[in-house]
Design a protein. Structure first.
Length: 94
């Protein structure tokens, strides 16, 4: 019996964060089994390392984006509050 050729995995950068995380979870589950196939051990470890690196890169990138956006949102919220204060003052002209 001839086994089908292993399907080439999708490039990690083409996976969504959730897909990459699920694949990493599946690899971890594989290693938690009592018997690990030595023939695939290194390839799974390499793939896991690549997934971890990509997930970490995306988290750091997202953190940077959030740190850049929060001050902008705070500034906009401050502008809205200032506009609301001005509107409240105009109502007292009666």
């Amino acid at each position: 019996m001839v086994e089908a050729a292993a399907k080439e995995p999708i490039a990690v950068d083409k996976l969504s964060y959730t897909e990459a995380s699920r694949e990493l979870d599946a690899i971890v589950e594989y290693f938690e089994q009592r018997e690990v196939d030595v023939d695939v051990l290194v390839s799974r470890l390499e793939r896991a390392t690549t997934l971890i690196d990509e997930l970490d890169r995306r988290l750091r990138q997202t953190r940077t984006q959030v740190e850049e956006l929060v001050p902008r949102l705070d500034a906009l919220a401050g502008d809205v509050a200032t506009d609301d204060d001005r509107d409240d003052g105009d109502d007292d002209d009666d």
